[in-house]
Design a protein around this ligand. Structure first.
Ligand code: ADP
Length: 319
């Protein structure tokens, strides 16, 4: 392996830049040439591919977003689109590709591997929803963004003695809502992985009121339903003034936390090692603080699950 490529794809997440930096520097450290592909798979198809040097990834480790930009690309979902992509890579003599992104991007990477083109996936998404890794790059930063927002909302919720519903990101995965809920002492956490009972939620609010609680925080993962909808149901049932905040895309941005920078650096570097070792169709991940790898195919055949112990604890602590 003499020449490798790197791209970021799908939804961006804080720490992707740190991962790009690790891929570029680790490659150059091992004497490889490294090429950056702009706009994810779209850049493969349009040939938007340029060689990167050490200095190209200077001053980005602390920045959110992705220097290589990201995109969703319908054409890449077609066999014709993927054929063009592989031709572009071959034309430039690029022998392996690191794909930083979420599960959709991994499916794309798997399709390239099936064409005989070596790819390695690096999990980057704030949702923490990729099987095969305990944490994805960006989750910790997003978690801290949500915590910071809820802390602020809590101040005003207390002052006005209100109930607050906060909608956080997570279409299929409740990790962000769950962890933020535990970290912020939310009264109720509603996530796609666990059934909820509206009667129980209302009873819990009532118990809180009876013992003089000044506010209540309810966290809803977007996959379960909309925050405004839940707020209306709660207000109608309790007659308590209920406000709603949809945190939205602020959860995707910001300077990555120390944990995310370290994770991104470790995973990006390991991805390069795997290509050097001749591996393909694998993803890197972290399990019990050790960097691991497994085939993308086997990882994606599993379903992401939440940590049941954390869910149980969040319930026990919010009685
Ligand atoms: P994420 O990586 O954040 O989950 P998406 O699901 O939007 O984001 O996937 C990013 C891109 O990966 C898509 O726009 C598409 O180009 C490619 N992709 C996703 N699924 C597939 C698939 N089954 N086959 C080929 N390419 C895919």
């Amino acid at each position: 392996m003499k020449r490798i490529g790197v791209l970021t794809s799908g939804g961006d997440s804080p720490g992707m830049n740190a991962a790009i930096r690790a891929v570029v520097r680790k490659s150059i450290f091992h004497g490889l040439e490294v090429y950056g592909v702009k706009n994810g798979y779209a850049g493969l198809i349009s040939g938007n591919i340029e060689q990167m040097q050490l200095g190209d990834v200077g001053d980005i480790i602390q920045k959110g977003g992705t220097k290589l930009y990201t995109a969703r690309c319908e054409e890449f979902r077609t066999p014709e689109g993927r054929e063009i992509a592989v031709n572009e890579l071959n034309k430039k003599g690029i022998e392996g590709l690191v794909v930083i992104g979420g599960d959709g991007s991994f499916r794309g990477a798997q399709k390239l591997t099936e064409l005989g083109y070596p790819t390695i996936g690096v999990p980057g998404t704030i949702d923490n929803d990729i099987p095969g890794t305990d944490f994805t790059i960006g989750f910790d930063t997003a978690l801290n963004t949500v915590i910071d927002a809820i802390d602020k909302i809590r101040d005003t919720a207390t002052s006005h003695e209100r109930t607050y519903v906060i909608e956080v990101m997570g279409r299929n995965a409740g990790d962000l809502a769950l962890w933020a809920g535990l970290a912020d002492g939310a009264e109720t956490i509603i996530i796609p992985e666990e059934p909820y009972d509206m009667e129980q939620i209302l009873a819990r609010l009532d118990r809180g009121n009876q013992r003089g609680k000044k506010h209540s925080i309810i966290i809803v993962a977007e996959g379960v339903g909309s925050g405004p909808e839940f707020a209306k149901r709660i207000e109608d049932a309790t007659q308590l003034e209920t406000r709603v905040t949809v945190l939205g895309h602020i959860q995707r941005g910001g300077s990555p936390t120390g944990s995310d920078r370290v994770l991104a650096s470790r995973l990006g570097a390991r991805a390069v090692e795997l290509l050097i070792e001749g591996k393909q169709g694998e993803m890197v991940g972290i399990r019990e603080n050790k960097i691991v790898s497994q085939s993308i195919e086997s990882a994606l055949s599993q379903t992401h699950t939440i940590d049941k112990d954390i869910y149980r604890l969040s319930q026990e602590l919010s009685i």
